[in-house]
Design a protein around this ligand. Structure first.
Ligand code: SUG
Length: 446
């Protein structure tokens, strides 16, 4: 019999070095805001406000910690020597692009932290985690080791949780985690269909691929994650993302589609073989009817989907239908705002829309869905996790005052070389591991 389960959202707490360095070719927002002044304090508070709003609505909400940045061990591995201050000075002078990369607060986008399969889908009935190697971007490729430690610190009990290392860090196995993975199901506690979306095939040069921007995820990576997690063929669908969408700035599938329960909300240009993808999902989805909500380019042009991040929304079960949590930008783009009004007025599964202000993150191409990692947990698993990372009113208050006391409200590229910033970060994170009860997960703590 299926166990009762909920979907928890683990949001990435925005780190103290949040800045705009234009690091992500293919991500339109990141490129267009390069060198803008950022406000890390506001970014972190916006993220916390989103977490709090959803916790107040009764959803289980967790917190994943930011990483140590600038990451001095990476600079040392690249040949920079001396004291921390000397290393920062030399990197700023000789290789400012590398300093920017090792300073990015990109771990906030936890939809890229890992792929997670619920125990109901896995052969050994445990929840499986594979941190994403994020090998397509240097600044993100350095995330997976500490991400793995943080996940192990929260989901510790081996009876319930299985942790795999990231896939080999080469482009053949480029893996971007849950941003390219959705799960459709009747009830969360029942076996579902895991939909893995990839950008290109690594070992088949003849297969379609984008021409302008890189495809970050390969089919081979998705297949490897499915194997590691012990998923059965009957629960799997692999779908290729439309290369034209990648070339229009859709660098992850979660910028053009979102699924929850039996509902798939997507743009008509999301998938290459849409009909086959839907047929396969329908065939494998047991005990539930797929509700496919397709948005046409006439209703919302692809460009508007990308600039508003309509599909980078959180789609959540609510007592009366589903709730779509959208970024504020959706109300600023006319076609999207009109579409949302029509959507809730129709008698489809999505019955309400809530707007969240996550502008600081949006300017780097990260909407509400990028900021969260979904983890389906049954009641036993829920009790087995480290409760220190679960958002309560008290934790929200503590984290808010932690941000208020440690974060700057202005950051520009030159600040990344400031040794004082590094000290501030380490002091803040040392305190944070205590607050979240994570133990020593950072390199500077080991
Ligand atoms: O990987 N931006 C991130 C945004 C990730 C969004 N995540 C999801 N769609 N799930 C990226 O492109 C920009 C950092 C900078 O340019 O400073 C950045 O890494």
């Amino acid at each position: 019999m299926a166990k009762h389960a909920v979907e928890a959202n683990f949001d990435g707490l925005v780190g103290p070095t949040h800045n705009y360095a234009g690091l992500s070719w293919g991500n339109v927002a990141s490129k267009s805001n390069v060198n803008a002044e950022s406000n890390p304090k506001q970014a972190a508070l916006q993220g916390l406000a989103k977490m709090k709003a959803l916790a107040d609505r009764g959803y289980m909400q967790g917190v994943l910690p930011p990483h140590e940045r600038p990451h001095l061990p990476t600079l040392r591995s690249l040949g920079f020597e001396g004291s921390d201050a000397q290393i920062l000075r030399a990197a700023a002078k000789q290789a400012p692009a590398i300093l920017a990369a090792v300073s990015s607060a990109s771990t906030m986008w936890t939809a890229n932290a890992a792929t997670v399969s619920p125990s109901a889908d896995a052969a050994d009935h445990r929840v499986h985690f594979t941190p994403a190697n994020l090998s397509a971007k240097f600044h993100r490729s350095i995330e997976h080791a500490v991400t793995g430690r943080a996940l192990k610190a929260i989901f510790q009990d081996e009876q319930y949780f299985a942790h795999h290392p990231a896939l080999p860090s080469v482009s053949h196995f480029g893996d971007e985690g849950a941003a390219n993975h959705s799960r459709l199901c009747g009830h969360y506690g029942e076996p579902g269909v895991e939909l893995f979306v990839y950008g290109q095939e690594a070992f088949n040069q003849q297969a379609p691929a984008p021409v302008k921007y890189p495809a970050r995820q390969t089919l081979e990576a998705s297949q490897a994650v499915a194997r590691l997690h012990g998923l059965a063929d009957a629960n799997l669908v692999f779908a290729q993302q439309n290369p034209a969408a990648i070339d229009a700035g859709v660098f992850h599938n979660d910028v053009i589609a979102v699924g929850n329960g039996n509902c798939l909300f997507y743009h008509e240009l999301a998938f290459l073989n849409e009909e086959r993808v839907l047929a396969e999902i329908r065939e494998r989805l047991l005990g539930a009817e797929l509700e496919a909500i397709k948005v046409s380019a006439q209703q919302v042009p692809l460009e508007d989907a990308v600039s508003s991040y309509l599909f980078n929304s959180q789609l959540l079960n609510s007592p009366d239908g589903m709730l779509l949590v959208v970024p504020g930008e959706c109300r600023e783009v006319a076609s999207v705002s009109r579409y949302l009004d029509e959507l809730v007025a129709s008698d489809g599964p999505i019955t309400s829309v809530e707007v969240m202000d996550v502008k600081q993150s949006m300017r780097n191409g990260g909407g509400p869905a990028c900021l969260r990692l979904r983890v389906v947990l049954n009641d036993e698993e829920r009790h087995a996790i480290n409760q220190g990372a679960v958002l309560t009113d008290e934790l929200y208050a503590r984290l808010t005052s932690w941000v208020e006391s440690h974060y700057r409200d202005r950051l520009v590229q030159q600040d990344l070389a400031d040794p004082q910033l590094l000290n501030e970060v380490r002091q803040a994170l040392d305190e944070l591991t205590g607050i979240l009860q994570l133990g020593s997960i950072y390199d500077f703590q080991r």
